[in-house]
Design a protein around this ligand. Structure first.
Ligand code: KG4
Ligand code: ZN
Length: 338
């Protein structure tokens, strides 16, 4: 079964064709980064306009690269939540219209479940496992029981981890998106250049929660207070020290979840899953099997949407034409079912 997957929740216009939930036939990602770079962040109005301009050529390219027409496609899927409303509506409306006009089933996909599924495109992974969903909008530690059944154990109480990378990069004028740039700079810096405080979240209900506003404030407003005078205050050193703490915050909570649940497989997803320090620090725990998506599938893409949609179709589930977009997914604390 071949699914055409469309992703337009933020600043990438993407379309992919995936066969039977795992074989990527084409995967086209048109990034809008150059248009948002001068503003140091995503401008929602520009994002939705670019999606509207690009969605047709991107889908056409996905078909062309696969050497296929819509006759070769069995179903269409598109992200409908969470994300920027205007951006989501472009991909969702295009996907529904294309499916309806070609008489194919349509499946609306939750973007975060898509990120969680990305690693499955390149690996055989058995459920249940612990998920680490880390992107520009989310930082989630979860127990993943199935492709549509995720129990959120912990999340951020303030900024998302990717957001912290982006804000620190913006403050120091390093560029956008901050995560990739900080990751690169950090490779020539020392994590010992500053010792930033770890968040102190008290109480059992915060056992797996993370917080990034304290680290962000420390790096941006109180750098001197935490700086090691033996190091020069270069962008490389700031990046390395910040990144080290940002990753440690995540892993301190994740490792608690590993110990408490006994689940020894950790699967990562989302843009921050591309981070090299996160990958190397996780690899140091030899008792944990870590699965990361290939770099291209960490950030937003259509393949994770098409791949995940296959499993709904396999169960005979499709979405009604009345399906609409929503900027948020409710009840994060209670689970992410569907
Ligand atoms: O998953 P994604 O493409 O979009 C969202 O769903 O948010 O993630 C984008 C986020 C941005 O905050 C970006 O700075 C971050 O992922 N990111 C990284 C890296 N590559 C992207 N953060 C840390 N290290 C990276 N190598
Ligand atoms: Zn994303």
């Amino acid at each position: 079964m071949r699914v055409l997957g469309i992703e337009s929740s933020c600043d990438e216009t993407a379309a992919a064709i995936v066969e039977d939930g795992h074989k990527i036939i084409s995967n086209v990602i048109a990034t809008q980064i150059p248009f948002h770079q001068i503003y140091n962040g995503v401008v929602p109005e520009i994002a939705s306009r670019k999606h509207a301009e690009w969605i047709l050529p991107v889908v056409q390219q996905a078909l062309a690269e696969a050497n296929m027409t819509m006759d070769d496609i069995d179903a269409v899927a598109a992200t409908n939540r969470p994300g920027l409303m205007g951006s989501l509506l472009v991909g969702l409306t295009f996907g529904k219209t294309l499916a309806w006009s070609t008489d194919k089933p349509f499946i609306a996909i939750n973007h975060m479940l898509g990120h969680m599924y990305a690693a499955h495109l390149a690996n055989e992974i058995e459920y249940p496992y612990l998920g680490l969903l880390v992107s520009g909008g989310h930082s989630i530690i979860c127990r993943v029981n199935d492709f549509d059944d995720i129990e959120v154990l912990g999340t951020t109480i303030d900024d998302a981890v990717g957001e912290a990378f982006d804000k620190v990069a913006k403050f120091y004028g390093l560029g956008y998106p901050g995560g990739v740039i900080i990751d690169k700079l950090a490779q020539n810096g020392s994590p010992l250049a500053a010792k930033f405080p770890m968040p102190q979240l008290k109480g059992d209900n915060h056992r797996y929660d993370v917080s990034y506003s304290g680290l962000k404030t420390a790096v941006i407003n109180q750098l001197d207070q935490f700086w090691n005078p033996e190091y020069e205050k270069t962008n490389e050193n700031i990046a390395a020290a910040f990144q080290e703490t940002a990753v440690k915050i995540l892993l301190s909570r994740l490792f608690k979840a590993v110990d408490d649940t006994g689940l020894k497989t950790v699967v990562a997803g989302g843009g921050v899953a591309a981070n090299s320090r996160l990958r190397s620090m996780l690899a140091e725990r030899s008792d944990i099997k870590c699965v990361f998506p290939p770099l291209k599938l960490c950030t937003d893409n259509g393949a994770m949407i098409a791949g995940l949609a296959y499993h709904y179709l396999n169960r005979g589930e499709t979405s009604p034409w009345t399906t609409t977009a929503s900027a948020r997914i409710p009840a994060f604390k209670r689970g992410l079912k569907n």
